[in-house]
Design a protein. Sequence first.
Length: 319
Amino acid sequence: MTGQTTASARTSRARNTIDPRYSRLTVGVCPDQWGVWFPEDEKQIPWEKALGEMAEAGFEYMETGPFGYFPKDAASLQKAMDDHGFTVVAGTGWGVLHKAEAWAETERTFRAIAETHAAVGAEYIVHLPPLFRDDKTWEWTDERVLTPEAWKLYVENANRLGQIIKDEYGLKMVLHPHGDSHIESPQDIARIFDATDPSYVNLCLDTGHIVYGGGDPIEMVRTYPDRIAYVHIKAFDPGLVKQAHEEDWPFGEAVARGASVTPPAGEPDMPRLIDALADLNKDLYVICEQDLYPADPAFPLPNAIATREYLADCGLGLR
């Protein structure tokens, strides 16, 4: 695709070409690093400004984030990414899998995302689970604990959606654990991945959300080496995470209070994590994220540059 040509025509910092140990890891970015959680929101940075800053920060590979933040039309999306030297590797979507009445809307949403992203040469679709508390109001929107019947449907529909995305669009679906969702704790993650078909469903290892859910991302790399297909790399403050759970804060409140932090602050330990990913010895996109909603517009660019350069010092990409 054109974006790949543009990115490769200049000196690339996306892969570590100096130390072969890390050469199969490709660093990228997504709008979350710029404080973007929604397709449209008055508190978010306009996509044109964010895209320009992402390129300025030295990134070349893009996960597009909430569908509709960037142009939905494939031709318009391709042009925007080409103009800034980006290769699109993934799209992202929210979808309810544990309620029969929600399936039709979930399928429509993911077909639209898959059609656009297949057309621009992406490889992955990230499935984000709906939260049981609203992102903005923090009000309850669902039961906190799923019934056995709801879990069974979750698994069946995850396989069903993954099969559609793979067989009809040639893309790979990865499930994303998330704070305040039904896939949050290590036990939740084990339950879903023990039951789903690895031909159609694999794991987006979001290191920050795994920390938030009480897990160890480095241990998860060792536990699921064959299921980890894609990575979101971010850090959370363990003290604020502990307080958030003890006081039952909504996830959005934890973020607003600063729980998502800039590495090397927080957990996981990034050098150990990047070493563990490198030791998988397989090609992985590792996408920089930091939950910042809402963000001061002046903050994301210098913060992202500092994050990318620190991760490069750990072996992920080059400065």
